[in-house]
Structure formats: C-alpha cells, structure tokens
Design a protein around this ligand. Structure first.
Ligand code: MN
Ligand code: MN
Length: 298
C-alpha cells in the first residue's frame, strides 16, 4: 500500500524561472538514468524478490526514488512556471515570448508547446520514457551489479546538472539527490556482498579452461595489468581459431531434403569469378561520354 505525504523529501527553492534549464532537468525525470527508471527498476525487482532483507531494501529505495521523481519534477515545474503562465494567457509580445522559449539555444518549446510547461515523461531531448531503460534480469547478483552501475550513472548526471546551474537552491536540492544515489550505491554494494557466493552469477559453473584466460585479440604488444596479468590469467598472446582444440569450423546436420534445397540455392546464386560484367555503375559514370569526345577529335 502506498500513502502520500504532502511535503517533499527535500525542500526546493528555485530562484527564477528558466525553461531551458528545466529541459536539461528532464534527463533525471524521464531519461535513461532518471528517477522514474530507478523507481521502476527497484520496484519490479522488489516485487519478485524472495529474500526478506533485499525485498525491504529494494522497495524502500524504489519508494525513495519516487520521492526523488517528485522533487526533480517539482523543480522542472517551478522553472517552467513563467513560461506556463505567459503561454496560457498570451499577454506578452509574441517576439518576447518566442525568445524566452528558444533563446540561448534552448529547445524548451517542446515542453512548453506540447506539455504546457509541466514535467513530461521525456528526456532532455524530448524522447519519451521507455521501460527499456530497466535492464532487470531477475537474478540478484546480476541485478545488484546493474543497480550499482545505475546509481553511479545517476550520480554522474546529477553532477553534470549541478555544474550547469548557478541557482543556489537548485544546486542544493540536486546535491541532495546526487548524495542519495551515493548512499543507494553503498547499500546495493553491501547487499551484493551479503550474498556469500555472489560470483559468478547464477548456478552453472564456468568452463574452467576458459574462465581465467585472457586473449590478446589485437595481435600486438599491449599494456599488462592485473586485468590480464600472468598471476591472475592464462595470457594467450596469439589466440588461434578453435581455442577448444578443434578447427573452429561450423557445421549443422541437415535432413536430406533441406540439404538438397540449400545446395540448389547455393548453385543458383554462386559467383562467377571469370567474368567482368558491365553494371549500372559503369553505364552511369562519365567515362563513356569522355570517350565519345575523344573519338570526335580523332
Ligand atoms: Mn534517486
Ligand atoms: Mn538511487
């Protein structure tokens, strides 16, 4: 059950309207690293979770992300308040209104004209939110690792947004939102390592002969570090086809009729390497016209 509390999780003080800035903030409202994506990610994971501790953690954080969605959406609404009234009432000179929506290279006309200045479920470029932003796989060690990375990305977008505004109230609220993503990342890291056996993900063991092998696929000398060191990996300097020891070829056993069809098709479409056919590219090129002119001169 959900209950609404009237206050925001963190106080929002916006100094002045700024439709262009509102558009940038949309990235954290309806964008890939935004609060709706985060809330849906943890909510769906939490519903499916059977471990009581992780279920509480996921649903607590999902609910907090909705509270963040409310904060960032409120900031967007505040930044658009001026444009909203101006557009609705039409009292400003047209050119001035036009300039306020499109000036300084901002493209807030999408949110203003189409959404009336309200926070829309789009990213900062106007692309609608999609559930494809949620990459849950339904296995806790894989999902927690993805959640850790999602929190890191959300922190980075907030950091960039903080760097593009000099409004102290917005900086303060964004600083809170950014900080909470750091806290979430830490909780997810702890939850991951609270699963004693968290690597590799799933139950099936990896094939031992390939699990700690590093292939140098560039065929050249390369930087060596712990990620490809002889201590940690069997370093293969020049990998060959068929690392399994066979020849690396591919085959499939086809029933007789299908094999015959496939052979017939291959015969019908086979290349003739003995001819040099004239093609549309030859006929359409300038070559023949030049030759005509040269012929007339003779
Ligand atoms: Mn958040
Ligand atoms: Mn978070």
């Amino acid at each position: 059950m959900f209950k609404r509390v009237k206050g925001l999780q963190y106080t929002v003080r916006v100094a002045a309207p700024n439709p262009g800035l509102a558009n940038l903030m949309l990235e954290q409202f309806g964008g890939a690293q935004g609060e709706l994506a985060a809330a849906c990610r943890y909510f769906t994971q939490g519903l499916a979770e059977d471990d009581p501790g992780r279920k509480d953690l996921l649903l607590d954080i999902a609910t907090e992300e909705l509270s963040h969605l409310e904060i960032i959406g409120t900031i967007i609404a505040m930044l658009n308040k001026g444009a909203k009234g101006d557009l609705a009432e039409g009292t400003q000179k047209e050119a001035e209104l036009y300039r306020s929506l499109t000036g300084n290279g901002n493209d807030s006309h999408i949110t203003s004209l189409l959404y009336g200045g309200g926070p829309a479920l789009i990213n900062s470029a106007g692309v609608p939110w999609t559930a494809a932003y949620v990459d849950t796989i339904g296995e806790p060690t894989a999902d927690l690792r993805s959640n850790i990375a999602a929190e890191a990305r959300a922190k980075m977008v907030y950091e960039r947004l903080i760097n593009v505004t000099d409004d102290p109230g917005i900086k303060d609220a964004l600083g809170f939102l950014m900080t909470r993503e750091v806290a979430h990342q830490q909780s997810f890291e702890k939850a991951l390592y609270s699963i004693r056996n968290n690597f590799p993900p799933g139950k099936l063991p990896p094939m031992p002969e390939f699990a700690n092998t590093y292939y140098n696929m560039s065929g050249e000398e390369e930087v060596r570090g712990s990620w490809n060191s002889d201590d940690n990996f069997n370093y293969v300097r020049e990998p060959q086809a068929g690392v399994d020891g066979a020849d690396g070829s591919a085959s499939v056993d086809l029933p007789g009729e299908q094999a015959a069809d496939l052979k017939a098709m291959a015969m019908r479409t086979q290349s003739d390497t003995s001819i040099n056919p004239v093609t549309g590219a030859d006929l359409g090129s300038a070559g023949p016209i030049e030759n005509e002119a040269a012929a007339r001169k003779k």
